[in-house]
Design a protein around this ligand. Sequence first.
Ligand code: ADP
Ligand code: MG
Length: 742
Amino acid sequence: MANELRFQVVGEAFKKKPLPVKAPSERPCEYFGKYVFNREKMYKYLPKGVYDKMIDVIDKGAQLDRKVADQVAAGMVQWAKENGVTHYTHWFQPLTEGTAEKHDSFIEHDGKGGMIEEFSGKLLVQQEPDASSFPSGGIRSTFEARGYSAWDPTSPVFIIDDTLIIPTVFISYSGESLDYKAPLLRALKAVNVAATDVCHYFDPEVKKVTSNLGWEQEYFLVDEGLYAARPDLLLTGRTLMGHDSAKNQQMDDHYFGSIPERVAAFMRDLEIHALMLGIPVKTRHNEVAPNQFELAPIFEDANLAVDHNMLLMSLMKRVARKHGFRALLHEKPFAGINGSGKHNNWSLSSDTGILLHAPGKTPEQNLRFATFIVETLMGVYRHNGLLKASIMSATNAHRLGANEAPPAIISSFLGKQLSELLDHIEKADKEDLFTMDGKQGMKLDIPEIPELLIDNTDRNRTSPFAFTGNRFEFRAVGSEANCASAMIALNSAVAEALVNFKRRVDAKILEYTGRAEYAEGTGHSPKYHAIIDILREDIKVCKPIRFDGNGYSDEWKAEAAQRGLDTETSCPVIFERYLDKESIQMFESLGVMTKKELEARNEVKWEIYTKKIQIEARVLGDLSMNHIIPVATTYQTQLLRNVERMRTIFPAAKAEELSARNLKLIEEIAQRTATIETKVEELVAARKVANKIDDEHAKAIAYHDTIAPYFDIIRRQIDKLELIVDDSLWPLPKYRELLFIR
Ligand code: ADP
Ligand code: MG
């Protein structure tokens, strides 16, 4: 019987001991990047000229020609063979989330009846996976069935087990992107060009601006035996039912507690693997909810950081299994306690330092700092709906729609100091702000933001886009998501704002040049006046995005709507923001994505949304009918027998009195199971209607509006039954077992 399974898996989970972890004999800095073909290995395995060319390709975006590629491949393969590698794969990031790979061995016929191992530049640079089953939103019709993957030389090749893994973009034959990496690289290029141009106002020597990403990955661990006994977790990644545990996160004791031993062993093992693959993991700690944890590396260039996050997520799943756990990356595996996100710490930096770090040294640097802050806010303001679309998914909707960090409205928390600075620039008299060139009377002093504030954890946790001293923290990203989606939208929005800024400043400089009040010797340069005037304009325009209050409150929802911010909560409707005129215009003008690509990608988003809800609906229906109702009915029959027997022993009135509670339970079970049955029937009927819709957009909306609402209704009845049905009969591991067993 099912309940025996439950007690068995719970008992086993209790007995499990931490797995001993074999630590390498070297120190972490020695084995860091051991399995990565990084610069150090390139230097060792490539001829000098080839190495120099590769560095140009990586640092300066130079073209990689075939001859060089052949030589790189030769060096790479030599290194790989020394590490026991026999296969290679192009690794890419399809729109389904996760990563995809197809492994080929190095083996080729030698033409003399034997075999040789071969790996040419051609194979390194390009591969044609038969990828007809990857979603393409109709760009690549199935009979063509071919896209190709192309090496991204800015992300180094690495080894897992016997395979050389080559990070690639995935593109259709007609050149459209079918993945996350291609548009990400284009967005990073756009922001590099736009930001470098703007930096030149302040420092003509700046050569390159890099977009940085430091992600913080939250996740849950569940014992693998318990996981296997929960078909909902297994099939959907979340529990579709389960009553609150009497104790959950109220005490906050998990957050401050020490890491449980079995988990600590897992973390150590994961970190060793991650470091060997060049992922600079640094921080580990418990999170708010029981069995919830976080891992964060040191920030890196956004493209590499995205690859590292994808790699880390798959590594995490593998290592968790080794330790008898399952890692849950779903945004909301358990109702009633916190879900998981992936804070994206984002900043821009040039060869001269981080552009969002308030320097407080020279007026030029301070003005540059203000410029990048204000134009980031402009981008976020103008595209707040799109940014929300970039982090939206069927799974993340459980965090965003609900009363949980962060709310389904994008706003930005700046904190007191930065808000005062912007207010000062906006309101100060013109004379107050100058003069810049002469350095005297300069009132644009930005107080040095103390390091304490940068590290201060007591920040506004309810803000989806918070300034934290030297970066913005985009907190709305889902734990399961590919960070690239958010990084494409954010970097594009900021790139566009910077392009617009530059255009207007240049026009103003022309306008001011030659005017007596800005003439040489007055201490008033046309350039700085132009910049400040445009900033003052923009500070006013983007003000609605600034909000330091409580993002969870109902007042904020009302106020945000008044301010004209996007307050939509329906996931499939939010995806429409990708096809807004302003979004298409932005992506096309920056060369990040075309309208056709955006349309195709939205088809995929809607389709994935529908499928996720569809699977959940099926699982919920099956569990209701096959697990819950039979068990509830069995218990009800026991109660009925008891009542009958009471009547045989006691006089009628006495029997009635003694059976009052059981009679009430019998009735409650009858009512609740009847409701479940009716609602499951309605759910199935609604699905049948929705499934007839051909248009992916309309279908996703139907799934959202007419099917998803049943989940909570049905679940509520089941959770109540869980409370009254005999514990020894209940088939599914309960929350208290899933969450408190290590
Ligand atoms: P929190 O206090 O928010 O939990 P953590 O220290 O756990 O912060 O993680 C912060 C993340 O932000 C790390 O990945 C860190 O490397 C990254 N980070 C720090 N400074 C910057 C920056 N200027 N730009 C981007 N990421 C940064
Ligand atoms: Mg954080």
